[in-house]
Design a protein around this ligand. Structure first.
Ligand code: XBP
Ligand code: MG
Length: 273
C-alpha cells in the first residue's frame, strides 16, 4: 500500500512550543495567585503527562500537604485555570513568538505538491493549533490540512493511539497508508500503536527518550539552507535534509526483485500473467 497522507503532531514536532506552554501555565498560575512556578527541569518531567489539564491534575495530586477542602477547591479550578493558560498561550503564539521548526514548511509543501494529504493528530486544543498554523503559515495554514484531530476529541490521550485512529478514520485510510511525525516518546508510542510508520524529531524537552520503535529519528527535517550535520551519509541518502521522495522510499520500500519473484513462486504454477 502506498502512502496517501502525512499525520503531524504539533507541539514539539511542527514547532518547539513547550517553552511558550510553560510560560503560559506560569502566567495562569500567577493570575490565580496559586504561588506555583513550573521551572524547566520540573516541566520536562511534567511533560511525561500529556494534556495540559491532565498535567495540572497530576501536579495537584503531587502537592503535599494539602487539606481536603483546599484539594477539592484546586481540582474544581482546573478547567478555568487551563482555559486561562490557553488564552495566554494562543496570544503568545499569535504574536509570532513561536516559529515552525527547520524544514517543516518545505516538507508540507513537498508533500502537497506530490498529491499527498496532510493531517494533524495533537493533544493540544484547536484554539492553540489555529493560532500556530495561521501565524506561521498564514491563511493557507488551516486549508493545507485535510483533517485536524486534537485535544478533547478523544478521552484517552497519547500514548494511547486514539487520536491517530481518529485522524485515520476521518482520512478514510489504513495505518499502512500514512506516516506520522512526532517529537516525544508518548507521541511516538501513540502513532506506532495505531500502526503508523513514524518519523521522530526530538527537542530539548524530549531528547534522550526511547525512540527505538521509530522508523526514522532526525534532529530536524532540515532545509537546503540549514542542512543536517553529517547528512547525507548518516540516516539520509538523498540530501542534507529529509525529502518527501526519500521518506516514501524509507516508509514504503519497493519490494526487491527477489521479493517480487518470491510472490509469484509462492503461487501455484500457471498463475503467471
Ligand atoms: C503536547 C501536550 C500538550 C501541550 C500543552 O503533546 O501534551 O498538553 O504540552 O497543550 P503532543 P495543552 O505534542 O504529543 O500532542 O495545555 O493545550 O494540552
Ligand atoms: Mg509533541
Amino acid at each position: 500500500m502506498s502512502i496517501h497522507a502525512l499525520v503531524f503532531d504539533v507541539d514539539g514536532t511542527m514547532a518547539d512550543t513547550e517553552e511558550a506552554h510553560r510560560t503560559a501555565f506560569n502566567l495562569a498560575f500567577e493570575r490565580y495567585r496559586l504561588g506555583w512556578v513550573w521551572g524547566r527541569a520540573e516541566y520536562r518531567e511534567l511533560l511525561k503527562v500529556t494534556g495540559g489539564k491532565e498535567r495540572i491534575y497530576h501536579y495537584i495530586r503531587s502537592l503535599t500537604p494539602v487539606g481536603p477542602t483546599e484539594y477539592k477547591r484546586l481540582l474544581a479550578l482546573v478547567p478555568d485555570l487551563h482555559a486561562e493558560k490557553t488564552r495566554f498561550y494562543s496570544s503568545v503564539v499569535s504574536d509570532g513568538a513561536v516559529p515552525l521548526r527547520s524544514g517543516v514548511e518545505r516538507f508540507l509543501d513537498e508533500a502537497l505538491a506530490a498529491g499527498c494529504r496532510l493531517a494533524i493528530a495533537s493533544t493540544t486544543t484547536a484554539v492553540n493549533i489555529d493560532a500556530l498554523l495561521q501565524t506561521t503559515l498564514g491563511a493557507r495554514g488551516l486549508e493545507m490540512f485535510s483533517v485536524i484531530a486534537c485535544g478533547d476529541q478523544v478521552r484517552n490521550k497519547k500514548p494511547a493511539p486514539d487520536i491517530y485512529q481518529l485522524a485515520l478514520h476521518h482520512l478514510g485510510l489504513h495505518p499502512e497508508q500514512a506516516v506520522a511525525f512526532e517529537d516525544s516518546p508518548n507521541g511516538m508510542r501513540a502513532a506506532v500503536a495505531a500502526g503508523l510508520w513514524t518519523v521522530v524529531t526530538p527537542t530539548f524537552w524530549t531528547e534522550g527518550g526511547d525512540f527505538s520503535a521509530a522508523g526514522l529519528v532526525l534532529p530536524e527535517l532540515g532545509d537546503p539552507a540549514v542542512p543536517l550535520p553529517g547528512e547525507p551519509g548518516g540516516s539520509l541518502t538523498s540530501a542534507g535534509w529529509l525529502t518527501f521522495e526519500e521518506l516514501m522510499r524509507k516508509a514504503r520500500p519497493e519490494p526487491t526483485p527477489s521479493e517480487v519473484s518470491a510472490l509469484y513462486d509462492s503461487k501455484p504454477t500457471g498463475s503467471r500473467p
